[in-house]
Ligand binder design. Structure first.
Ligand SMILES: [Cu+2]
Length: 245
């Protein structure tokens, strides 16, 4: 469901380029990334580094989200990253693909210890670089939550307007985006601790953020506040519910 209105209104403009970032990573859109574009360092989903960029880009989003929560007037919104997928999502996975989640968690843990950040991101998202049979917990959760919410609350429920989880344009407005990405961010933080990287999950003022990581939600040096090419893309093949495989 959509976040409370005061939070939704505050963060919507800050994450307006989230969808452009995802669209620019698609292998068929090389002209939307690289030197001279909004995303000069961005790798395609089929290129090395894409999984690493996925983790770091969304780290920055989570940090900006925390800043918005701390600095937006109105009722406090308690934010708790999912400790792992909540039961109502896990049960949907389990009934469609028994054992999928247990195996996915196991491989996630293995990559936190033995993998690179790129391999971890590739597996969790999944990019085109992971061929593991239980890859893609991120994409599958986006698709599964979207379909579940439509079935449960109704397609035209006002609280799903501009907040569908199966579109990168609207998903950041949904409360579960932050539950899911909070979980992913904690997994990445654990990887960082085990690999002697500094972990910074502190709230980030969006006016100060955005120094690389393959592109930033809004203020890219040199191309400030120009809308990126707004290519509308059907993401239904990327964000499919777990029962449609
Ligand atoms: Cu995203």
């Amino acid at each position: 469901m959509r976040l409370p209105d005061h939070i939704y209104n505050a963060l919507k403009p800050l994450f307006a380029q989230h969808a452009d970032w995802h669209v620019a990573r698609m292998p068929e859109h090389p002209h939307l990334r690289g030197p001279g574009t909004h995303f000069p360092d961005l790798q395609g989903l089929n290129q090395a580094g894409s999984g690493d960029q996925f983790l770091r880009f969304h780290r920055e989003m989570v940090r900006i989200f925390k800043w918005v929560l701390a600095n937006t007037p109105g009722p406090a919104y308690p934010y708790t990253p999912w400790p792992r997928l909540p039961d109502w999502v896990a049960n949907l996975f389990e009934s469609s693909r028994p054992g999928f989640l247990a195996e996915a968690y196991q491989e996630t843990n293995r990559l936190v210890i033995e993998g690179t950040a790129d391999e971890l991101g590739n597996f969790i998202e999944a990019t085109r670089l992971s061929s593991h049979p239980v890859r893609g917990i991120h994409n599958r959760t986006h698709g599964t939550v979207a379909a579940y919410e439509r079935q449960t609350f109704g397609v035209s429920n006002p609280l799903l307007v501009d907040a569908q989880m199966d579109s990168s344009r609207t998903a950041p407005h949904n409360e579960h985006f932050w539950g899911l990405h909070g979980w992913i961010d904690e997994v990445f933080a654990e990887w960082q601790r085990l690999h002697d990287e500094i972990v910074d999950q502190s709230p980030l003022d969006p006016a100060l953020g955005g120094h690389g990581h393959g592109g930033h939600p809004h203020h890219e040096v040199g191309v400030v506040n120009q809308p990126a090419a707004s290519v509308s893309v059907d993401e239904s093949k990327i964000f499919k519910p777990i029962w449609e495989e």
